[in-house]
Design a protein around this ligand. Structure first.
Ligand SMILES: C[S@@+](CC[C@H](N)C(=O)[O-])C[C@H]1O[C@@H](n2cnc3c(N)ncnc32)[C@H](O)[C@@H]1O
Length: 299
């Protein structure tokens, strides 16, 4: 897999800070920074999967493309988890605000401490978080609304997903964007595990455990393996429906969006197995082993 959950564009960002500390200091540090015993699964997830800076770059680029000269100010992040995108959004501009929706208090609390707090009180105060269903009405009309890391795949029935997309459409003003990501490719429903080493000293494992072709029910896990031999098994489990791009485009059009465009990630020049973090408009895509893409929908 899966430049998808693998999100290879993240790799280049975390640089090792080796070599700065004196020998004495080095001796005092634990041999292995990350182990199953000390693991913070949200930190490991964020280091492996999230790339909020690249995601927000993309939002800014496509908003300008679809609304030249207009400035987007309010972002709504559905299924926000640790709300890394909300934090990155407000960090870039003091006029910006964001709201995040997630049912689970645990990642939301973690995000407050680790993603919002470092921004300082003023910027943090421009993010409103709600422990609510992503289908609930928002408090403020978003210029851009996002559903990231395939979260909307938890809607397994066509009618359920269409209902969500209709609510998204209704929540936007004319010109407003809905942006969601997806992945696919010939390997994307195979039972397989893919490992990726993360800077800092652990291995991220994307485990495509079971795909049922009759329903497209797709069960995946994330495991983390550490240099000391320990493992955090099933740190995260997802039971999704594996939606295809063409059926999603149809559903989004049916929900009302007059413009639904696909943007596929380019290949890394040095390693064609990896993505380069650049997403370009492409209506058709290429039938490779693994691809990752955004759908950008304009009201
Ligand atoms: C795959 S995680 C994605 C988190 C985040 N978007 C990211 O990119 O890291 C899915 C999130 O959706 C949340 N969730 C599940 N069902 C939900 C619902 N109906 N409404 C809002 N959040 C939901 C879960 O609690 C979880 O945090």
């Amino acid at each position: 897999m899966s430049k998808s959950a693998v999100r290879s564009k993240n790799d280049a960002k975390s640089k090792s800070k080796k070599g700065k500390s004196k020998d004495k200091k080095r001796k005092q540090q634990p041999k292995h920074r990350f182990t199953a015993a000390n693991a913070d699964k949200f930190l490991l997830y964020q280091l492996s999967v999230n790339s909020a800076d690249i995601d927000v770059d993309f939002l800014e680029k496509v908003y300008e493309e679809h609304n030249p000269g207009k400035t987007p100010l309010h972002l709504r992040e559905d299924f926000c988890g640790t709300h890394a995108m909300c934090a990155e959004w407000v960090k870039r501009d003091a006029a910006r605000t964001a709201e995040g929706y997630d049912l689970d208090p645990e990642p939301v609390e973690w995000g407050k401490q680790h993603n919002l707090s470092p921004l300082g009180d003023e910027a943090a105060s421009r993010v409103a978080l709600y422990l609510e269903d992503a289908r609930n009405d928002g408090r403020k009309t978003p210029d851009i609304r996002v559903a990231q890391n395939f979260s909307y795949w938890l809607f397994m029935k066509r009618a359920e997903l269409l209902d969500y997309f209709r609510k998204v459409y209704a929540s936007l003003d004319e010109g407003g964007l809905f942006v969601c990501d997806l992945y696919g490719g010939t390997e994307s429903t195979e039972d397989m595990e893919e490992e990726r080493k993360i800077d800092g000293g652990f291995t991220y494992v994307w485990d495509q455990d079971e795909y049922l072709p009759g329903t497209a029910q797709f069960t995946c896990h994330i495991h983390f393996r550490f240099r000391d031999g320990s493992e955090l098994e099933k740190a995260f489990t997802y039971v999704w429906r594996k939606w295809g791009m063409a059926e999603l485009k149809d559903l989004l059009a049916e929900a009302g969006f007059p413009v639904v465009k696909s943007y596929f990630e380019g290949e890394d020049e040095d390693d064609p197995e990896e993505g380069d973090g650049n997403f370009e408009y492409d209506e058709e895509g290429e039938n490779c082993e693994s691809w990752i893409a955004y759908l950008v929908c304009r009201k």
